[in-house]
Design a protein around this ligand. Structure first.
Ligand SMILES: Cc1cc2nc3c(=O)[nH]c(=O)nc-3n(C[C@H](O)[C@H](O)[C@H](O)COP(=O)(O)O)c2cc1C
Length: 278
């Protein structure tokens, strides 16, 4: 699928076919896509736990639910749990990740990259400035006194996880799957999955075959483009060229907005097939 159409087709799928498992190779493809998302400062801090839901008992499943994540947990056959491994932030700020990128020819000498430049300039002025910022938050769940991390560094790390989630979502839709990012009860997940204290969890990707139609009732509402997107400085709307939007509509990136006229009927029909309240 072309990227524009893929972006246009992606939407949060909340109704899955519980009877249809996701092929192992499709799960792996989603995770492979997540691994290729941009990285922060040459650090590999994204961790993944793939959870096949059939291996959880009904009681365990029930404990994972939250007010915003209910029956989709019963329906989606696979959860892909992403984490930021904070221990990487704690020990990876010596520039070795960037040196490896320089050695691999990724960061070219023509742009000034060398081991000396990384050690003498990038580590103190970028890594250390980010890491030593005075605005700090606890590093770990059970933090010893003094174990804090700069809020900026943490936010940047979480951004890297967000990019991995994005790549995973697009990888899912590209393979004809449906997917959604959804909260779970992270305390229950910690007990069930046994991940280390220094892995910061984020919303899992719920993965499965959609029980809804591909369009799932239309592209979901967004605020007006010109209100949220600015040109040059705050308050100057980025002008939206109608020729461009027409072209994007033809390519499938911009699609008719929700709710399509038949959406309520679809939701009732799918609910009755799945045995959910209508
Ligand atoms: C980090 C994150 C967490 C989310 N958690 C939930 C959730 O707990 N329950 C839910 O129904 N949707 C959740 N969503 C999905 C959003 O509600 C959804 O993306 C939004 O309504 C826009 O719709 P779209 O994804 O179909 O474009 C989450 C999205 C993000 C980015």
């Amino acid at each position: 699928m072309e990227l524009g159409e893929l972006i246009g087709r992606r939407r949060s799928i909340r109704l899955f076919r519980p009877w249809r498992p996701v092929e192992r190779e499709k799960v792996q493809t989603v995770v492979e896509a997540m691994r290729l998302a941009p990285r922060l400062l040459g650090l590999d801090l994204v961790r993944i736990v793939v959870v096949y839901k059939e291996r959880l008992s009904p009681i365990e499943l029930g404990r994972l639910k939250t007010p915003t994540t209910t029956a989709q947990l019963d329906m989606a056959p696979v959860l892909i749990m992403p984490f930021a491994d904070l221990s990487v932030l704690a020990r990876g700020l010596d520039g070795s990740g960037l040196k490896a990128l320089a050695a691999a020819g990724v960061l070219p000498r023509s742009l000034g990259w060398s081991d000396d430049y990384i050690e003498a300039t990038v580590v103190p002025e970028v890594y250390r400035a980010l890491a030593d910022d005075e605005d700090r938050v606890p590093l770990y769940r059970r933090t010893e006194p003094g174990q804090t991390v700069s809020r900026r560094l943490l936010v940047t790390a979480v951004t890297a996880v967000g990019l991995a989630q994005t790549y995973g979502l697009l990888g899912a839709f590209d393979q004809g799957l449906g997917a959604q990012l959804s909260a779970i009860n992270f305390a229950a997940a910690k007990e069930l999955l046994g991940y280390p204290d220094d892995w910061l969890p984020s919303s899992p990707i719920f993965l499965g075959y959609p029980a809804e139609s591909v369009g799932a009732g239309g592209q979901r509402p967004r605020e007006p483009f010109e209100r949220d997107f600015h040109l040059g400085r705050h308050g100057v709307p980025f002008p939206r060229d109608p020729d461009v939007t027409r072209q994007l509509a033809e390519e499938g990136m911009l699609q008719p907005a929700a709710p399509l006229p038949w959406r309520r009927a679809e939701l009732r029909g799918v609910a009755s097939i799945l045995g959910l309240p209508t």
